[in-house]
Design a protein around this ligand. Structure first.
Ligand code: GLU
Length: 446
């Protein structure tokens, strides 16, 4: 089996050189899928794996804009339309200086499996730009978004490709992007999700990824007769996903002791309560400040340039970005008694870290399963836009709860090993794959 995996990866690598993040995502999937394909030759014969690892389309474009000094700036824009077998391309936009084709291909690839797991009719895509929103004025953000959409509009649409947010793209950016799309096309449609609640957005969308990852962790814990109540929780990140993970952990009676940003992390052994969380939300969403200010205000420790994995915890939520948990971090987490790692970010654990979690037989969920709540509620936003109707908070939240339960169930179904250990990584990859692969089989060689 190892040889088959190696041969396959060598072939993919030869077509995708210098794309380490994409290869990392493909390797994880290939290791789970190839043994399954060997037992199910119909997928092998139709070269599903060869096709699913090749984007249907990749768009790259120039994004010129004028900064506040009237200087011309140039960024690169992307949209990777990875797979549309089960629905229009769907996935966020990331604005961050690290963005390149490898990162967007890995994200789009993950999105295909994640979106399939939600049970909703969404294909997979991802896009973004190397534009750095940090330190930019509101006017600059608007001009950039308008220029970005002036090219992107011709490639997206409510039944074609529906972008949303990701790192560096939140409600403000979706607003500017939507405004420009509407102006160019002269139509009000659900071309983006994550819209404001008064103009076509869904209630619970801002909360969805964070709430969803906590729901998923609760289901994982339940398989071992455990609960979140009373547990100590370590969270990385302090953006949208981290904020609502913290909120739901608080509601469940757990103690959240860390948050981070790209400069460092804060450690609050007392626990981040509702008032402190409101401070973080205002700091990050309105003032766009740094997490260090939390430590200054509440007099707790701040660890510059470090990640929070050395803080002893029961449960860890890596909610910042890819490859933020390495092998050593994973060993530290396990050594300190961590029993559950649920990823709110996309691919935050390196393959070596995942190996450590699996060998220790702790509960480990890959982002494509545990962070699917965000895109799931995006799917529900699309449904509401098509209905020209809005559901209540409870209606959306109950649907989100059910979807996360169902994803957990799929992981258990496809991922339970002989000794009873649930390999959520394998379960998520197989469960996500089968639906897309069957759709590809049915639709012929396209
Ligand atoms: N960027 C989010 C993700 O990684 C959300 C995508 C969406 O809502 O389309 O799933």
């Amino acid at each position: 089996m190892d040889t088959l995996v190696k041969e396959f990866l060598a072939k993919v690598e030869s077509r995708n050189q210098h794309e380490p993040e994409f290869m990392q995502a493909v390797q994880e999937v290939a290791e789970a899928i190839i043994p399954f394909i060997e037992q199910n030759p119909k997928y092998k014969k139709a070269k599903i794996l060869e096709r699913i690892t090749e984007p249907e389309r990749v768009l790259m474009f120039r994004v010129p804009w004028l900064d506040d000094q009237n200087e011309v700036q140039v960024n690169r824009g992307y949209r990777v339309q990875m797979n549309s077998a089960i629905g229009p391309y769907k996935g966020g936009l990331r604005f961050h200086p690290s963005v390149n084709l490898s990162i967007l291909k890995f994200l789009a690839f993950e999105q295909v499996f994640k979106n399939s797991l939600t049970g909703l009719p969404m294909g997979g895509g991802k896009g973004g730009s190397d534009f750095d929103p940090k330190g930019k004025s509101d006017g600059e953000i608007m001009k950039f978004c308008q220029s970005f959409m002036t090219e992107l509009y011709r490639h997206v649409g409510a039944d074609i490709d529906v972008p949303a947010g990701d790192i560096g793209v939140g409600g403000r950016e979706v607003g500017y992007l939507f405004g420009q799309y509407k102006r160019i096309k002269g139509e009000f449609t659900g071309v983006l999700t994550g819209k404001g609640a008064t103009w076509g957005g869904s209630l619970i969308r801002p909360e969805a990824t964070g709430y969803g990852v906590v729901y998923f962790a609760e289901d994982m814990l339940e398989t071992r007769g455990e609960r979140l109540t009373g547990k100590t929780v370590v969270i990385s990140g302090s953006g949208n996903v981290a904020q609502y993970t913290a909120e739901m952990c608080l509601q469940a009676g757990a103690k959240v002791v860390t948050l981070s940003d790209s400069d460092g992390f804060i450690y609050d052994p007392q626990g981040i309560d509702a008032e402190k969380l409101a401070f973080v939300m205002d700091l990050k969403n309105e003032k766009r400040g740094r997490i260090k200010e939390y430590a200054d205000k509440y007099g707790c420790e701040y660890f510059e340039g470090e990640r929070p994995w050395g803080i002893p915890c029961d449960i860890a939520f890596p909610n910042a970005t890819q490859n933020e948990v390495n092998e050593e971090d994973a060993r530290t987490l396990v050594k300190n008694g961590c029993i559950c790692v649920a990823e709110g970010a996309n691919m935050p654990s390196t393959p070596e870290a995942i190996q450590v979690f699996k060998e220790a037989k702790i509960l480990y969920a890959p982002g494509k399963a545990s962070n699917a709540g965000g895109v799931a509620v995006s799917g529900l936003e699309m449904s509401q836009n098509s209905l020209r109707y809005s559901w209540s908070r409870d209606e959306v939240n109950n649907r989100l709860r059910d979807i996360m339960k169902e994803i957990h169930q799929i992981c258990v179904e496809y991922g339970t090993e002989e000794d009873g250990y649930v390999n959520y990584e394998k379960g998520a990859n197989l469960g996500g794959f089968v639906k897309v692969a069957d759709a590809m089989l049915a639709q012929g060689v396209v």
